[in-house]
Design a protein around this ligand. Structure first.
Ligand SMILES: [Cu+2]
Length: 341
């Protein structure tokens, strides 16, 4: 038993396979320090399966020719063994040891992935249909996950609505994001660069658009980026800051700015228009109505739409709502401005 574990450990943790691998037939390049442990378990199981596949097929083919029943000869032959106790023990115990070994290396990798190092940098992840939001310790929220290179990053994740799953193939990182609870995971990116984030739990119409990037910054670059990014409301004209929020906070997932209706009505040119509501009343779109739509979306539901807009109460500050209003206004002032979501 110890010997077997030793061999498996040697195979999976030893220097032989612990190389910095690029893209392989099965896997994208390894972008995080934890990726190799996942790949090693995959390789181990793959080669064990290949070995037994080959062995069983070869033995089967040999037996088909060698022991094929010629007529009824087999039935009548005396002394044909019904079973072989030793053989049965062998084919029970050997696979049992193999699966215990696989369990051991898998569990070890799982525990490493589940327990973040104490000095990890924490980022809050919020999943909502159909957008990822990343909240940094200074309160800044971005639609992409920016991280420093070579530092463990802990993600504390929750969902606003349904179950999503956070998946970064390059990091071999996949964790469900569940409403009403926090799931945690961590990684350490090896090199500066970009990596794709997917949602890998089917969550409705926009599931396949639920994309984002991990942006890994050079040493020092992350701190600079975060400082600049967090000041965008001060640094940009209001309408542009509002457009960033429209993108970053997921309004674009439901509202177009080019006139097309989506899950929600378009925001193009709505300022000053009069819209019919579901209850038969009608409302003129002004600052207060937009503010109410954002904080209490179900207070007045636009006719012809489902009341599915989430509230942004507590999630958008007053000055953020103000610049969003400025942005929505600008979609009217400029006449036919075509800004795609
Ligand atoms: Cu999702």
């Amino acid at each position: 038993m110890n010997l077997l574990i030793g061999i498996l450990q040697g195979l999976t943790a030893g220097n032989l396979l612990q190389t910095d691998r690029g893209r392989t037939f099965w896997m994208p390049p390894q972008g995080s320090t934890g990726a190799s442990s996942v790949d090693n378990v995959f390789d181990l199981i793959f080669w064990i399966s290949m070995f037994f596949f080959a062995l069983i097929v070869i033995v089967m083919v040999v037996f088909v020719f060698r022991y094929r029943a010629r007529g009824r000869e087999l039935d009548s032959k005396p002394g044909v063994p019904k079973h072989n106790f030793r053989l049965e023990l062998a084919w029970t115990i050997i696979p049992l040891l193999i699966v215990i070994g696989i369990f051991y290396v898998g569990l070890r990798g799982f525990l490493d992935m589940a327990v973040p190092p104490a000095n990890a940098y924490e980022v809050q992840v919020t999943a909502q249909r159909w957008k990822w939001l990343f909240t940094y310790p200074n309160g800044y929220v971005d639609e992409n996950l920016h991280v420093p290179v070579g530092r463990p990053i802990q993600l504390v994740m929750t969902s606003e609505d349904v179950i999503h799953s956070f998946f970064v193939p390059d990091f071999r990182l996949k964790m469900d994001v569940v409403p009403g609870r926090y799931s945690k995971t961590w990684f350490e990116a090896k090199n500066p660069g970009q990596h794709q984030i997917f949602c890998t739990e089917y969550c409705g119409t926009g599931h396949s658009d639920m994309l984002a990037s991990v942006v890994v910054h050079e040493p020092g670059g992350f701190e600079r980026w975060l400082e600049d990014a967090a000041d965008f409301i001060e640094n940009l004209p209001p309408a542009e800051a509002g457009q960033m929020l429209y993108q970053q906070r997921g309004c674009a997932q439901c509202h177009s700015v080019d006139g097309r209706a989506g899950i929600g009505p378009t925001l193009k040119g709505i300022f000053g228009q009069t819209h019919p509501m579901q209850d038969g009343s009608s409302v003129t779109v002004d600052e207060d109505y937009i503010r109410e739509s954002i904080l209490d979306p179900q207070a007045k539901v636009v006719a012809g739409y489902q009341p599915v807009m989430p509230t942004f109460q507590g999630k958008l500050k007053d000055k953020e709502i103000t610049v969003i209003i400025a942005y929505i206004k600008s979609l009217t002032d400029s006449g036919g401005e075509q800004e795609e979501g």
